[in-house]
Write a protein that binds this ligand. Sequence first.
Ligand SMILES: *Cc1c(COP(=O)(O)O)cnc(C)c1O
Length: 365
Amino acid sequence: MDGEAGFPGYITIDLAALRRNFERIAAIAAPAPVAGIVKADAYGLGAVQVTRALLAAGCRHFFVAHVEEAVALRPHLPTEAQLLVLNGLQPGAEAICAAAQIIPVLNSLAQLERWRTQARLEGRRLPAVLQFDTGMSRFGVAPAERAAVRNEIAQSPELEILYLMSHLASADEPTKAQNAAQLAEMQMVTREFAPLPFSFANSAGALLGKDYHGALVRAGIALYGGAPQFGAANPMEPVVSLSVAVAQTRTVPSGTMVGYSGAHLTSKSTRLAVVSAGYADGLPRSLSGRGAVYFRGQRLPILGRVSMDSMTVDISDLPDEAPDLGSLVEVIGPHQTLEMLAADAGTISYEILTGLGRRFRREYR
Ligand SMILES: *Cc1c(COP(=O)(O)O)cnc(C)c1O
């Protein structure tokens, strides 16, 4: 496997696997449909390409975090597809959302009032999702605000509430009591706001059972091949792989310092390879002295600090002729999953994916 000259590395994104992951979650969620969460450029994988693949798989609901993301994505969606903004209706965004057929997730009474004002201004009904805080203390209508919101809804025929919504804080840890507590709160909200349907589960929530599904499951990480549940076997198919090029090799004697701050000191004669990916490419500095890459299935430990544009790995265990300059080593692939890399870096798959650099060549399959 040799790289084309000029590229420090290659990210491949398997859109067929993405599509199968969507179908897996759809089968679990059925009869509830599954929305594709394509915020943060579809977790770094390319919102336009991912959205196109999800549309082909039958997905008709898409969530982003910000209005700017929605404005950029709307032209790539058919009219009947719903495009929703998770982080709420920020002041000044009302006319933009209404004009571009972007549906805000309303997170407070004030947002509800501003969206209704927009509807009156335009003399038409406007759709919205109404989010509630059921225990995460992040977005959504606070419990104390619920009665006022209910009154407001009753007096707002110009708003079409598509879903009541909330988000789970601990769904990736199925045994945590917070899941059932949030579900009980969500069920209370649905009774108070009957007969509106609700949207509750993310990827991990979909695996918690039917009670959590409501009328729309919102899947992100599972589509992109990440493990929905912490520490459990991953039922999803890998979507992303990353290989980076070897830029230099050298052999150093025992007692040689490697990299910034001399953080690694060799204890024997060591063959080193400098590979073309660093923290500017989304490989966290926390991989220093902890992580590894792979070549033909052989683990090559990272020695010393991860630099901005490179890191140095130990290739002493490889045959003398390997790897050639330009050879590609595996960072994410069959020998090292996204989860393994994230664990070595002390983070989660979401952060690795959304941080993967823009200097690598991207190939969609
Ligand atoms: C990001 C996000 C999701 C998707 O979560 P995954 O764990 O990636 O499936 C769903 N709902 C909300 C509110 C989110 O912010």
